[in-house]
Design a binder for this molecule. Sequence first.
Ligand code: FEO
Length: 173
Amino acid sequence: MLSPKVETALNQQIKMEGSSSNFYLSMAVWAEQNGYAGVSEFLYKHSDEERFHMLKLIKYMNERDGNVVIPSFEQPKSDFSRVTELFEELYSHETAVTRSIGELVGVCLDEKDFTTHNFLQWYVSEQLEEEALAKTIMDKIKLMGDDQSAWYHFDRDIANLTVTSAADSAQTN
Ligand code: FEO
C-alpha cells in the first residue's frame, strides 16, 4: 500500500511527465513548421520518452494498488522566437523535473517507503542523463552562434540523438 503522501506525490509526478511530453510535442510541431526537421524528430522522440516516464509511474502505482489520477494538462506554449529559445526552455524544464524527482524521493524517505524510493532511482539516473544532454545541446548552440553552416549540421545530427544514445556515447568516450 502507498501512503497518501506518496500517492499524491506520485500523481503530481505523473502530471509533470505528461506535461513534459505535451510541451516537447508542441516544440516538435513548431520545429517542423519552421524547417528544422532534425530538431523536430529529436523532440518527437523526447516527447515519447516523457510519455513513457508517465506510463512507468502509472504502472508502478497500479502494481502497488495506488489510486492513479489521470490529470488534465494545460495547453503548452506553442510559439517560440527561435530554436535557441526552444532549447533554453527545454533545459530549464528538465532542471525543474529533476527538482521534482528530488522532492518525490524526499517524500518517500520521510514516509519510509523504501520500495518506491528504490523504484525512483531509475528516474534519478534518467534525469541526470536528460539534464546533461540538454546542457550539452545548449553548449553547442552557444558555440554555433549565427554560423548557418553549423546550424545545418546541428539540425542533421540531432535527429539521431536521444538521451540513451547520448549516455552510451558518454560511456564509450
Ligand atoms: Fe521525464 Fe525529462 O523528465
